[in-house]
Design a protein around this ligand. Structure first.
Ligand code: DGY
Length: 328
């Protein structure tokens, strides 16, 4: 008998057809949004594996899924999954790293440039009919070239962001839990600094670290107070890294010059205080949203699912501790 697999989002027909050859698939081809918790629990009830994007898998969802063996994220971040609860039940959890690095780095740059050169605010201003001819003393932005780019979190995405800075003749500094080896530092053109120096020196500070409880509000009121008043914050990582209330205060009071955000603390809710601010660019968590990248993410997640349900060790396993008690 084929294993049962729940797919929580619409994926490419070709990929779905491939899945159907191996599994009994409950698809979601007609939807493109997260499930309500009750609906997800109901759909998980008979599943051996789930391929998901953004949906929350918590202990209550797991309790409703007694056969579940594999939770395969179509994303690199997996803070939507209670990994400890999965491990305790012998359920393997996988993510989809590597295939979205360049696309997410492009997005960080798109946001950085949009904030620096006031693209979104100016677009709104023009559409509102306020442009009456080229101005000489208005619409001033911030120069990106020759500025200092600070990167917090120097994994694959952070490094891809750093490499792109060479085209803007920027100085790149970074802080990371562990320092890169010198050859890699040279290759990406970045200098390791302490957190204090990172905050004080960055003209643009871009976040590229995973969300964990330890990283929650790694950028809070105290950190924002250490940034330059001309500094800008870019977040394409996870909303919980930033204390959104403190950020709103800093932006309102002009203690930093701007921010560009793709992710939010209470996603999909965006703090109302952000909405009226002209010095913020807001995007709806779409850092990896290109067709080619989403296809690659889904393909990698499927490879993990096949490996996990086939009894192999999936290539992107995030909880190897679960292997010793894995469900069969
Ligand atoms: C990821 O892969 O983690 C992206 O943020 C999409 O969720």
């Amino acid at each position: 008998m084929k294993s049962k697999v729940l797919v929580t989002r619409a994926i490419a027909d070709g990929l779905l057809n491939g899945l159907r050859e191996q599994f009994d698939v409950d698809d979601s081809q007609q939807r493109d949004g997260p499930h309500a918790p009750g609906e997800l629990r109901r759909r998980l009830a008979g599943a051996d594996g789930v391929l998901l994007f953004g949906d929350r898998i918590d202990a209550a969802a797991l309790d409703a899924a007694p056969r579940l063996k594999a939770v395969c994220n179509i994303s690199v971040g997996y803070n939507n999954v209670d990994v400890a609860a999965c491990t305790a039940r012998g359920i393997l959890v996988t993510n989809a790293p590597g295939v979205l690095d360049d696309t997410t780095a492009d997005m960080a740059w798109a946001l950085l440039l949009a904030a620096a050169r006031r693209i979104v605010d100016s677009d709104r201003w023009l559409r509102a009919g306020q442009w009456h001819g080229m101005t000489f003393n208005d619409r001033f932005g911030t120069d990106v070239h020759h500025a200092t780019l600070g990167i917090l979190g120097m994994g694959r995405i952070g490094r891809a962001v750093a490499r792109r800075a060479a085209g803007f003749d920027m100085r790149v500094i970074y802080h990371n839990r562990t320092r890169l080896d010198p050859a890699l530092e040279r290759e990406v053109g970045a200098r390791f600094v302490g957190m204090d120096e990172l905050l004080a020196e960055s003209d643009f500070l871009s976040l590229h670290l995973p969300y964990t409880e330890a990283n929650r509000h790694i950028i809070g009121a105290a950190e924002l107070a250490c940034m330059k008043p001309t500094g800008m914050l870019v977040n394409t990582a996870r909303g919980g890294l930033v204390d959104e209330a403190a950020l709103i205060d800093a932006l309102r009071e002009g203690r930093i010059a701007g921010a560009a955000l793709d992710v939010y603390e209470g996603e999909p809710t965006v703090s109302p205080g952000l909405l009226p601010l002209a010095n913020v660019v807001l995007a709806p968590h779409m850092g990896s949203a290109t067709r080619a990248t989403r296809l690659a993410m889904a393909r990698l997640a499927i490879e993990n699912l096949i490996e996990a349900l086939g009894g192999a060790v999936p290539r992107c396993l995030v909880n190897p501790e679960a292997l010793e008690r894995r469900r069969t």
